[in-house]
Design a binder for this molecule. Structure first.
Ligand code: MLT
Ligand code: ZN
Length: 457
């Protein structure tokens, strides 16, 4: 930007959102320029922070008319460069659209602005004995708009499904600045194409989500968590399978491994749960009304997979202590370097084989790379974090994603494609599939204004 000559676009944008919410000073905008991993870095041309849907619509229309692409951004917790202005795009920050409406206890729904954080949503639901069905470690920063745009998953998918399943209505701004609004509280609606369903998971490429009608679920009064050190991945899978059948309140089944545990302990300054190492660690959580600890402990006592390395907890502080071993993986990995994060899923029948081959697959390409894997066991969703690679060196990424494709899996289970995996779309999507997705993009955003470079190479 030529800062000596008043830029007419900037003047108009400042007129829409107010001068305080148009940021052009690099000191103010740099925080919007890189994603949570630090692997993807850019410099926004400017950051614009509208307050409501009408302002978002006016901003998108102005930027579109000026040919300035915009990158919609919520809490900026993407792990795949999905909200990063890599080529000097403008950042459209939805953070000010944070209003949460009155909870509808009968319909078990709530209206929330795209910029409301997951934690704020949970706080709003709790007094009504309700909560939101998706939970994830970045809950204090991640916003519901970004979570819907990426169809976020998290730790409760086995019970409540992913973000798309929680969306009962949506308001969004399309690339030409027009607004689609489907926020009425009708419990059933089969009127034509399900555009909210399409925009969920579209990673900001088809529209900018501004408000959501979100489903809520009963907030269980009782919880119990178990952390187990097990002998093998086969044991972990058979234990989780049995837990799904035996424990109606089961809502999380997470896995991590010795190298990740050591990284977390070193980073967080905590002792490991047991002095000896185990092949795999499994964390399960059961939630419901009434004692959860006894049924969980009784179930574990019967299972042949469970040995002496077993800890159970019902009190909040003890549960959090056990969860921390799993939840602090992301920050521990980030503190150890700039990771390449692969977020894959394989059929459960192929999980053991994938894990047995993943490290070797990486070390064949880059012997010095370090692989830290953890994830959501029930969905076969593994986060393969590779440290020790140059940001642009995608050889190890490609090798892992090819292995996933060969095993019949998904190269993007919950984080989305972003820019990180767009080159590899063809591994698990056919030419016809990609052509149909491109046709949708071209129809809804013919000038490529919204989040260019995301999803498609
Ligand atoms: C998680 O499961 O913790 C998140 O997907 C974040 C991550 O993969 O690092
Ligand atoms: Zn995850």
């Amino acid at each position: 930007l030529n800062r000596d000559v008043p830029d007419p676009l900037l003047l108009r944008l400042a007129g829409i959102v107010g001068p305080d919410h148009l940021l052009t000073d690099p000191d103010m905008t740099s925080g919007y320029g890189s994603d949570w991993t630090g692997r993807f870095r850019g410099s926004p041309r400017f950051v614009v922070r509208p307050a409501d849907t009408a302002e978002v619509a006016a901003v998108v229309a102005e930027c579109g008319a000026a040919g300035i692409p915009v990158v919609p951004q919520g809490g900026n917790t993407s792990l795949v460069g999905g909200a990063t202005p890599l080529h000097g795009e403008a950042v459209l920050s939805l953070g000010r659209l944070s209003e949460i409406g009155a909870v509808d206890p009968a319909g078990q729904e709530v209206l929330a602005g795209a910029g409301a954080t997951l934690a704020a949503l949970q706080d709003a639901a709790r007094p009504h004995g309700l909560r939101f069905g998706v939970d994830l470690a970045s809950r204090d920063s991640a916003t519901v708009g970004g979570m819907a745009a990426t169809n976020a998953g998290g730790i409760h998918v086995l019970r409540h499904g992913m973000m798309r399943a929680q969306v009962a209505g949506m308001e969004a701004v399309l690339a030409d600045g027009s607004v689609i609004s489907r926020l009425t509280g009708a419990g059933k609606d089969n009127t034509g194409y399900d555009l909210p369903n399409l925009l969920a998971g579209s990673e900001g490429t088809l529209g900018v989500i501004t408000r959501l009608r979100l489903r809520l679920v009963p907030d269980p009064s009782d919880r119990a968590v178990a952390l187990l050190g097990l002998r093998s991945v086969a044991d972990a899978l058979s234990l989780v399978g049995a837990a799904r059948a035996a424990l109606p309140g089961l809502e999380a089944a997470e896995a991590f491994f010795q190298d990740g545990l050591e990284l977390v302990c070193a980073h967080a300054g905590v002792a490991p749960p047991w002095p000896e190492a185990h092949a795999v660690y499994v964390l399960v959580e059961s939630a419901g009304t009434g004692d959860q600890l006894s049924p969980l402990a009784e179930f574990l006592a019967e299972r042949p997979e469970v040995g002496l390395a077993a800890a159970v907890a019902a009190e909040a502080r003890d549960r959090e202590r056990l969860w921390a071993y799993r939840e602090r993986h992301t920050e521990a990995v980030n503190a150890a370097g700039v990771p390449h994060k692969l977020d894959v899923a394989v059929p459960l029948a192929a999980l053991e084989e994938f894990l047995a081959r993943a490290n070797e697959t990486v070390s064949t390409v880059e012997p010095n790379a370090r692989v830290v894997t953890f994830g959501h066991l029930a969905e076969g969703n593994l986060h393969v974090n590779i440290l020790g690679l140059e940001p642009e060196d995608e050889r190890a990424d490609e090798a892992i994603l090819r292995l996933v494709a060969d095993l019949g899996g998904s190269i993007s289970a919950e984080h989305g494609i972003g820019v990180a995996k767009r080159r590899f779309l063809h591994l698990t999507r056919s030419a016809a599939d990609i052509a149909a997705m491109r046709a949708l993009k071209a129809a809804l955003d013919p000038r490529g204004i919204l989040n260019p470079g995301v999803i498609f190479p």
